[in-house]
Design a protein around this ligand. Structure first.
Ligand SMILES: Nc1nc2c(c(=O)[nH]1)N[C@H]1C(S)=C(S)[C@@H](COP(=O)(O)O)O[C@H]1N2
Ligand SMILES: [Mo]
Length: 221
């Protein structure tokens, strides 16, 4: 690990954050091309076969016994689920490609967990709820529209390739929203809040695009 990559006193790898923020400002990595999902590899991306780890440098240690997921805000039935309650929900499998804004894409990922649609059925978002805010146990935040979150392919995943998700990839539980760049998929997810207004997250306030569609190359906002 490079000296600059080590967590600062505050925990976050500040140099790394500043570099990515400067790239956003400069429009770095943009090709100006658009593509369609039929092409499989979005514009400006390169295929990898490993599985890179990206985060702010804090990887919380969350034994399943102490894990809690809260869904709150504009919902009819706010809940805090412990591991037993979460894994008692219907378990599903999803298969997809992931695209990171730092230009790597990884094909053919198999995830297991709970479909977002099942969570929405449980908490019942109010008609005014149009946006969703996510918080991770590392303090990371991001945002989605409710429409982007509600898509049938989306999952809260505890397993990848048949194994429990490793701590570095967001275990015990992460969000998987494969149609957008992967910064929209919160690792170590702690809280999901339904809102009437948009609430930009960690990268969105540092120059990343509000939506992040890889096919439109929505890297920076
Ligand atoms: N809680 C949390 N979730 C996060 C991040 C983070 O720093 N903290 N980084 C995001 C970014 S920028 C990416 S590219 C993906 C990386 O997931 P991976 O490490 O499993 O590849 O997680 C996203 N989710
Ligand atoms: Mo990322």
């Amino acid at each position: 690990m490079d000296q600059d990559e080590k967590p600062e006193a505050g925990g976050i790898r500040q140099k790394l954050v500043e570099t990515k923020q400067a790239w956003a400002k400069a429009g770095r990595l943009l090709t100006g091309q658009h593509a369609t999902p039929e092409q499989r590899l979005p514009p400006g991306q390169r295929l990898v076969t490993d599985y890179p780890v990206l985060d702010l440098g804090i990887q919380p240690n969350l034994p399943e016994e102490s894990f809690r997921l809260t869904l709150d805000g504009l919902v009819g039935n706010p809940v805090t689920l412990d591991w037993t309650a979460f894994t008692a929900l219907p378990q599903e499998t999803r298969f997809n490609d992931i695209h990171c804004v730092t230009q790597w894409s990884r094909y053919d990922n198999t995830w297991q967990g709970v479909a977002v649609s099942a969570l929405l059925d449980l908490v019942k978002p109010a008609p005014e709820a149009k946006f969703v805010s996510f918080e991770g146990y590392d303090g990371y935040t991001t945002n989605l529209t409710l429409d982007d979150f509600a898509r049938p392919e989306n999952l809260l995943a505890h397993s990848w390739e048949g194994e429990r998700l490793s701590r570095q990839h967001g275990g015990p539980l992460r969000v998987v929203v494969p149609h957008l760049y992967f910064w929209k998929s919160t690792k170590w997810v702690k809280r999901i809040t339904f809102l009437a207004q948009n609430k930009p997250g960690f990268w969105e306030v540092r120059g990343y695009h509000d939506r992040g569609d890889p096919w439109l190359e929505e890297r920076y906002g």
